[in-house]
Each structure stands twice: as structure tokens, then as C-alpha cells.
Design a protein around this ligand. Structure first.
Ligand code: TXA
Ligand code: MG
Length: 342
């Protein structure tokens, strides 16, 4: 692996980013920062390159990838069609953490591996300067799933990428920690109703402000464990190796469970907001999820905390729950997938 040094986000004319764009056109795999999480990028028009992504991540081949583009003009090269409401969402949220599902035409240059054989493709324009510079220099759409091993928490730093994919990819560009920390919102607006297939950086409330109240719904897969509309949602995701329990119900119940675990000789870590730290003095470890008043901060550090949990000598972890509004919906979606299904 070529581990590229930390790159200043301001210097998008940086020669390393030019080289990385070239590497993409040559079929190499390059992990790069976006405003959501780090992505593992490769040319979306080169089947061998896309295959290398699936192999490095050990990703099931029926789980399609997001095609990232540099700007709206590049949409015209993808062989896709779109609706008026999609146009409104692109105007409002691109570049940024919104992924839209587009119907494909027969003229698409995209590798069929990107779409896993579906008749639609997921597309977004990232906002992160480093991602945009590499896209610009590459000149081709870049297929990029989150740059983690399939099943582990998504990477929000270059170190996370390195520890998961070291030896399996060609490069990682270090652009510092990601701002959002949860993935993009995946939205299917190809029909009358706008379906959120995966909650993420752009909230339902924000989308409704653009399309009008009552026009946006969460699909089953976004809100529960049922049949997935986004194929990726059916896999166990974001999971730490340590058993994770969500503290639904009263604090008293969980204080009692803590004592019960400890009486059995088990060590327990508590993941909670700073404000609740003093309530969990009896826990064997405490990992802070930021402030109750700043859910964006909690989202930004969630995956790093789940990874840190796995470095600790504990048998289980109890995690605080959050109200499902705004970014809280994405937070709870990830936590429910990370939690042990007991
Ligand atoms: O923020 C993000 O979206 C990050 C950064 C790197 O851009 N990428 C990311 O990719 O999270 P990935 O592959 O980890 O998640 C893509 C999600 C999966 O749940 C996948 O099933 C869904 O998008 N998806 C992709 N193509 C689709 C399609 N044609 N129809 C429905 N869902 C699709
Ligand atoms: Mg992923």
C-alpha cells in the first residue's frame, strides 16, 4: 500500500491529488476522504477496478456501489434519467451528503458491477475538497463504497482505512477526520413518493423543506430490519466485535443490568453523552459520545468510538439511545444495526 501523507484540503492543485486522479484512470484503488466517511474509490467505468473494490472489502457482489461525480455536467455522461423532484434535490443538496437513485439507460458506460445488475444507479457529488479534486483530475465517475472491511464500522479517519485495508488497496489519501461521520442519505425519488432508503447526513426534515410536507417517507429497510430497498441495508453493519446493547427504557433498568453483568464477572463499558458520565461511575469504562446538545458531534465520533470499544478489555457495552429526529434518525439506524440482535 502506498500511504499518502496528510493533504491540506485547501491545496486542491496539489500534485499528489493529480497523481491520484491518474491512478484512478489506470484502474487502481484509492481510498479518499469525503465529508461523510472515507470511500474506497476506483474507476466506475472499469470492471476490473470495480472488482478490486469488492475483493478488498470482501463485499457481497449483490450490494451495489455509489458512483461519485465531480459536477452536474458529468451526469450527462452516465446514461441516466431523472425526475423534477430529483432535480430539486440536486439543486438543494449537491455537492453534499445526499445520494440519489437514477434509472439507467442502455447507453450507460458504467460497469455492471457498480450497479450489481440493477436497472438503477446511486449517484452523488461529494462536497469534500479532496474528493472533488481527485474526481476532477480523474475525469471518470468514481465508484466508492465506505472504505472499511465489509461489516465493520465505516472509517472516519485515514488510520481506520489503513488498519482495515492495509495491503489490499493501492493508496489512501489522508484528509483528516470526516465532518459528518455518518454516510450519505440514500433517496429514491424516481416515483411519486420520495423514499429514504438509508438515513444519513441530509435529514428527512431538510428534504421535506424542499419537496413539501408529506412527500417523503422512510422505507422499511431504513427504519427496521425488514426486506431492504437499499440492498446494503440487509447486511449486519457497523458492528463492533464487542456485544452492544442499546439502553432503551429507564436508566434504573440498565443500572441493574450493569450490576448483574458485573456480578457474573463481566466487564462493561458504557457509551453515553458527557452529561451522563457521572451516572455511570460503576461502569468498567466510559466512552463519551459528546454532548446531548450536539447530536452532530455524536454522529461525527460514533464510528471512532465503536472502533475504540473493540480495543478495550470489556465483555459488553451499553449504549445510550437518541431521539429519532434530524441526524438522530441516522444515528439510531446505525446503532440498531451495530447492536446485538437479542
Ligand atoms: O456517504 C456515503 O454514501 C459513502 C461515501 C464514501 O460516499 N459511501 C457509502 O457507500 O456509504 P456504501 O457502499 O457503503 O453504501 C451505499 C448504499 C448501500 O446501502 C447500497 O445498497 C445502496 O447505497 N445502493 C447503491 N446502489 C443502489 C441502488 N441502485 N438502489 C438502491 N440502493 C443502492
Ligand atoms: Mg458501507
Amino acid at each position: 500500500i502506498k500511504n499518502v501523507d496528510k493533504i491540506n484540503e485547501a491545496s486542491t492543485e496539489n500534485s499528489v491529488l493529480k497523481e491520484m486522479g491518474l491512478w484512478i484512470t489506470q484502474g487502481k484503488t484509492v481510498a479518499l476522504p469525503t465529508e461523510t466517511v472515507y470511500g474506497l474509490g476506483a474507476s466506475a467505468v472499469c470492471t476490473e477496478a470495480v472488482r478490486a473494490i469488492f475483493e478488498a472489502k470482501n463485499r457481497p457482489p449483490d450490494n451495489p456501489l455509489i458512483a461519485h461525480i465531480a459536477d452536474r455536467a458529468q451526469l450527462d455522461t452516465l446514461g441516466v434519467t431523472w425526475t423534477e423532484s430529483m432535480e430539486k434535490l440536486m439543486d438543494a443538496f449537491w455537492p453534499g451528503p445526499l445520494t440519489l437513485i437514477f434509472p439507467l439507460t442502455a447507453e450507460t458506460p458504467l460497469s455492471p458491477l457498480v450497479t450489481a445488475g440493477l436497472s438503477t444507479v446511486a449517484v452523488r457529488i461529494p462536497e469534500h475538497e479532496v474528493a472533488r479534486a481527485v474526481l476532477k483530475h480523474a475525469g471518470v465517475p468514481i465508484a466508492a463504497p465506505s472504505a472499511n472491511r465489509s461489516g465493520s464500522p465505516s472509517p472516519t479517519t485515514a488510520d481506520h482505512v489503513y488498519s482495515d485495508l492495509h495491503g489490499k488497496i493501492d493508496a489512501v489519501i489522508d484528509g483528516g477526520p470526516c465532518g459528518y461521520g455518518v454516510e450519505s442519505t440514500v433517496v429514491d425519488c424516481t416515483a411519486e413518493i420520495c423514499w429514504i432508503l438509508r438515513p444519513g447526513g441530509v435529514t428527512k426534515e431538510q428534504i421535506e423543506q424542499v419537496l413539501g410536507p408529506g412527500t417523503v417517507r422512510y422505507s422499511q429497510s431504513a427504519s427496521s430490519e425488514e426486506a431492504p430497498a437499499a440492498p446494503g441495508m440487509k447486511y449486519r453493519h457497523y458492528s463492533p466485535a464487542t456485544s452492544l446493547y442499546l439502553m432503551k427504557g429507564s436508566e434504573e433498568i440498565w443500572q441493574r443490568k450493569l450490576r448483574a453483568f458485573q456480578e457474573e464477572g463481566k466487564k462493561v463499558a458504557v457509551l453515553a453523552v458527557e452529561e451522563n458520565k457521572s451516572a455511570w461511575k460503576q461502569a468498567d469504562a466510559f466512552l463519551s459520545l459528546g454532548s446531548r446538545r450536539a447530536p452532530e458531534e455524536t454522529a461525527a465520533k460514533l464510528y471512532a468510538v465503536l472502533r475504540e470499544l473493540d480495543t478495550m478489555e470489556v465483555d459488553a457495552a451499553f449504549c445510550e439511545v437518541f431521539s429519532k429526529e434530524g441526524i438522530g434518525t441516522a444515528l439510531m439506524n446505525r446503532l440498531e444495526k451495530a447492536a446485538s440482535s437479542e
